[in-house]
Design a protein around this ligand. Structure first.
Ligand code: GRF
Length: 291
């Protein structure tokens, strides 16, 4: 149970201990305060006492946990936690409230971009990586997610054809948007439909050039060099039913050197991706998303 909580709240064991302590101290303090505030002419034998007590506890509890969370260093956690409760009580979906959009990152490989997204200052301020989805249980990105206490969903072969399980999981985790960071499988049309304009991908070329099926990894850079292009670059775009054909959101180009090899170009491209990906995601998610 503790492991599930750590993964859900993305905290380590020590923070979990402090959070649970805050809950316990906050709960007992607000129960005491509520009893103390009830007028003396009421007593627990009367139903009205219980009604007043419950109202007071409900009103005092957020204040108590917030105050107690300050000396225990857990204020940011409880601020977000209470925000989420408030937006759920208001019947709002997370994305339409002020809450930080929860994203699922899909990846199949090394995860260097996912690592940048995790350690970016935009994580937890402009987006919250709530889930990592991979089609490969042995991919380094799976280990990376676990190390950072991010829940992981590994897709089985049948889930790639039938996205029902995936869709249920994304709904249950209240995922607002999907980010593809080196995900090598095609995205099902059902997923595109369920997340309209809310799936982003990063591609290591200046699309529409050098995109499409089988254009991934080092092949892209090899094709750019082979064609004698003077420039290459990165593209961050929306995902639709066709490979690499969704609306382009951001591009950055770089000049290729005369003695460029696919590997040397890959290094430059990767640097560019790491530099711009978190920012591009943050910018897109903070602007109104067309439905
Ligand atoms: C990146 O080059 C990205 O453009 C492409 O897949 C690669 C992922 O690399 N879609 P990494 O796993 O993030 O290192």
């Amino acid at each position: 149970m503790f492991d599930r909580l750590k993964a859900r709240w993305k905290v380590n064991s020590w923070s979990l201990f402090l959070i649970l302590t805050t809950f316990a101290l906050g709960g007992s303090t607000c129960a005491r305060m509520a009893k103390w505030l009830i007028p003396a002419d009421l007593h627990p034998g009367q139903p009205v006492w219980w009604i007043v007590y419950l109202i007071l506890v409900t009103l005092l509890w957020p204040m108590c946990v917030l105050l107690i969370s300050i000396p225990l260093g857990q204020f940011p956690f409880f601020k977000n936690y209470l925000k989420r409760i408030a937006s759920r009580m208001a019947g709002k979906k997370t994305s339409s409230s002020n809450a930080i959009p929860r994203i699922a990152v899909f990846a199949s490989g090394a995860g260097s971009n996912v690592e940048k997204l995790i350690h970016s200052p935009f994580n937890k301020s402009a987006y919250d990586i709530a889930l990592v989805v991979s089609n490969k249980s042995t991919a380094p990105v799976v280990e990376l997610a676990k190390k950072n206490n991010i829940p992981v969903l590994v897709l089985e072969k049948q889930d790639l054809e039938n996205p029902d399980k995936l869709l249920k999981h994304l709904k249950r985790d209240q995922i607002d948007a999907i980010v593809l960071a080196g995900y090598l499988k095609k995205i099902n049309p059902e997923l595109v439909e369920a997340f309209p304009n809310k799936i982003l991908n990063i591609h290591p070329s200046l699309l529409p050039k050098y995109g499409g099926k089988d254009m991934y990894g080092i092949r892209v850079n090899a094709a750019v060099i082979e064609a004698g292009e003077a420039f290459s670059g990165i593209t961050i775009h929306l995902v639709n039913e066709e490979y690499d054909q969704g609306q382009i959101l951001f591009q950055e180009k770089l000049a290729r050197s005369a003695d460029e090899t696919p590997d040397s170009l890959a290094k430059k491209i990767q640097q560019l991706e790491h530099q711009h990906f978190p920012n591009a995601i943050a910018n897109y998610l903070k602007s109104p998303i067309p439905r």
